[in-house]
Design a protein around this ligand. Structure first.
Ligand code: SAM
Length: 274
């Protein structure tokens, strides 16, 4: 890394272990001519392997000093360096995304990527974040993140990466995951009920240790118009009595979606009659 070390700023941790970098590029199974997106190219250590693996690489880097250095280094290769904040800009079209994501934008960037049409992501996250992506129903890692991402993609744990593989060494370990977008395993009748579901999940998971029946009672801000909660409970009790006694994290995304749909439909019917 040599003189590149002088360019380091706070919160920048570069993956130095070439075997891990090589594996990240290989996991992506890049085919000739595919467009590869890298977010946070840093000093270009992963970018090198992506270019080598044959794709057309779009590498985004926010830091202007690193951007200039990347431009010099990759000027003659099949790689376009883009300077800017990946969270704020329109992303170029891509087939695969391979990135050692900055920890601070892991969540926002993951949901942003998932709004795009692509075939595979190979992404390095903080280990704890990766565990939350993969949280099993009923476990402490299962929550809003698990539900939001699993609705849009299949996530697979590939390997743990020790903190010692980075320079400067961060305080936490990392993990590489594969993300393959796909059809959701549960469905909504329209966009509004889908939106409602994610608000509902956010609301009940902020009270994850409460029984669902109580967590729902504390979400009336979502149901401002129409019938009162008391009118909805008989219906909920009829269909989901046992589930209401459980905590939100003990319910699968599908069951939560059924409960959310019932509440949504009931409220919509009410407001359309108003
Ligand atoms: N790809 C390199 C590697 O694997 O070693 C660098 C990874 S480092 C964890 C993350 C990089 O993302 C840093 O270079 C940082 O400047 C950049 N970065 C941070 N926030 C960003 C953002 N919002 N948009 C684009 N790049 C960002």
């Amino acid at each position: 890394m040599g003189s590149k070390r002088n360019l380091l700023k706070r919160d920048q941790h570069f993956l130095m272990d070439e075997r891990v970098l090589r594996r990240m590029a290989d996991y992506a199974e890049i085919r000739k001519g595919e467009k590869i997106l890298e977010i946070g190219a840093g000093t270009g250590n992963l970018t090198n392997f992506l270019v080598e693996n044959g794709g057309k690489v779009y590498a985004i880097e926010k830091d202007r000093d690193l951007f200039k250095m990347l431009e010099d280094e990759f000027s003659s290769s099949n790689c376009e360096i883009i300077c800017g904040d990946a969270l704020k800009m329109d992303l170029p079209d891509f087939d695969r995304v391979v990135s050692n994501l900055p920890y601070s934008i892991s969540s926002g960037m993951t949901f942003k990527i998932l709004e795009h049409n692509f075939s595979m992501g190979i992404l390095t996250y903080q280990l704890e974040f990766a565990r939350r992506l993969l949280g099993a129903v009923g476990s402490r890692n299962y929550g809003r993140l698990t539900i939001g991402v699993s609705y849009r993609a299949k996530v697979e744990f590939l390997e743990k990466v020790s903190r010692s593989a980075f320079y400067p060494v961060p305080k936490v370990d990392s993990a590489i995951v594969r993300m393959v977008p796909g059809e959701p395993t549960f469905h909504f009748t329209d966009e509004a009920s889908e939106k409602f579901f994610f608000k509902f999940v956010n609301a009940v998971f902020t009270q994850r240790r409460k029984k669902l029946k109580n967590a729902i009672r504390n979400t009336t801000h979502l149901f401002a118009e129409g019938k009162s909660m008391e009118e909805i409970f008989p219906l909920l009790n009829e269909k989901f009595k046992d589930y209401l006694e459980l905590r939100p994290y003990e319910l699968s995304p599908k069951t939560l979606s059924e409960i959310s749909n019932l509440i949504y439909n009931e409220l919509c019917a009410t407001s359309s009659n108003d």
